[in-house]
Design a protein around this ligand. Structure first.
Ligand code: NAD
Ligand code: TYD
Length: 339
């Protein structure tokens, strides 16, 4: 398999690259990443050293038509997996524009370059957030109408719609995956779990939005990556597949788990001004992926959290390295406004 991965220096892309290297050492992979604040080339140092000629990094933007066309012409890829995105809801509330540029226009460029070059398959990695929010009951199915509530999820929904349209119009082989909240090693410390870990270890207050009862379905990142691999190898052209972790939990419970694993108590919890448009509950029905792909999450929340918190404890240097000036500037303003 000759594969172009985009956004491989981010959280999920990094985990995907390590996992695929283990499972398919014969694959040739090019990783193209813009290295935004969320992309870290250092994540892949050991993979790069070990993989030799079967892995290449290219610094670039998914919206760059000339670059993507040139890469496809040079490497004759069998497939593209598009992970690249602006991915943080709070940042999309602060400034939606880069989300539209990368998540909509960039994704469209990938679809278009793949179409013109006759690439056999594109896997477009999307999110459960495109469905909007649930009340206390029910689950998202692949047929649930899209009703995104944040600029992030709206931009992801825009790309999903384009992927669907490219399949319908051009007969292009595109598979869309929609996954619930991931956690695991290499997640950028702006997202709930690594952010709360960072604050808990420093003995700083943990900012819980609203009443802390918003529910997310947590999936260990490797289970998501295995789902993407299945979609790539076995997915039906034009299909959408939901992936979930079967681990629905209110945020406050996740925060208490982190406090326990870091030896802290509840006195660090601070309820702060809610995120605007905060989706109340996500829950995924992934029976289609189970039936057509054989997808099943295998890591429980307890196991996944032990591994994740263990990784962050052992990788304090990584956490320090990724907290650059631009990261700190956003975090300071955002949390000052909510205190
Ligand atoms: P991330 O923010 O950690 O990483 C994104 C990566 O994309 C970074 O390496 C960044 O440098 C790169 N990138 C950004 N803009 C780019 C551009 N224009 N061109 C090339 N590279 C660019 O995100 P993540 O959490 O790893 O998410 C990866 C994908 O999975 C995204 O598409 C996201 O929407 C989707 N997803 C994430 C979750 C989750 O819980 N994190 C859940 C479901 C779906
Ligand atoms: P996040 O990790 O940003 O993922 P998403 O918004 O894509 O679900 O947030 C997960 C949940 O945690 C979400 O309900 C918002 C909440 N949250 C807080 O309560 N405090 C925080 O500081 C952050 C970043 C998130």
């Amino acid at each position: 398999m000759r594969l172009l991965i985009t956004g491989g220096c981010g959280f999920i892309g990094t985990n995907f690259l390590y996992l695929m290297r283990q499972r398919h050492p014969d694959w040739f992979i090019v990783n193209m990443d813009k290295l935004t604040y969320a992309g870290n080339l250092g994540n892949l140092r050991s993979l790069e050293a070990e993989a030799g000629g079967s892995y290449t990094f290219v610094h670039g933007d998914i919206g760059d038509r000339e670059l993507v066309t040139g890469l496809i012409a040079r490497h004759a890829f069998d497939a593209i997996v598009n992970f690249a995105a602006e991915s943080h809801v709070d940042r999309s509330i602060d400034d939606p524009a880069p989300f539209v540029v990368t998540n909509v226009l960039g994704a469209q460029n990938i679809l278009d370059c793949a179409r013109r070059a006759g690439i056999k398959r594109v896997v477009h990695v999307s999110t459960d957030e495109v469905y909007g929010t649930l009340g206390p009951e029910g689950q998202f199915h692949e047929t649930t109408p899209l009703a995104p509530n944040s600029p992030y999820s709206a931009s992801k929904a825009g790309a999903d719609m384009l992927a669907r349209a490219y399949h319908e119009t051009y007969g292009q082989d595109i598979v869309i995956t929609r996954c619930s909240n991931n956690y695991g090693p290499y997640q950028f410390p702006e997202k709930l779990i690594p952010l709360m870990f960072t604050k808990a270890t420093r003995g700083e207050p943990l900012p819980v939005y609203g009443d802390g009862m918003n529910v997310r379905d947590w999936i260990y990142v490797d289970d998501h990556c295995l789902g993407v691999e299945l979609a790539l190898l076995k997915g039906r052209a034009g299909a959408v597949y939901n992936f979930g972790g079967a681990a629905e939990m209110p945020n406050i419970e996740v925060v208490r788990t982190i406090l326990r694993l870091t030896g802290r108590d509840d006195s660090l919890i601070r309820y702060v001004t809610d995120r605007p448009g905060h989706d109340r509950r996500y829950a995924m029905n992934f029976e289609l992926a189970a039936k057509e792909l054989g997808f099943a999450p295998s890591v429980t929340f307890a196991q996944g959290m032990e591994r994740t918190i263990g990784w962050y404890k052992a990788n304090a240097a990584w956490l320090a390295e990724v907290q650059s000036g631009a990261y700190l500037a956003f975090m300071d303003t955002w949390y000052k406004e909510r205190a």
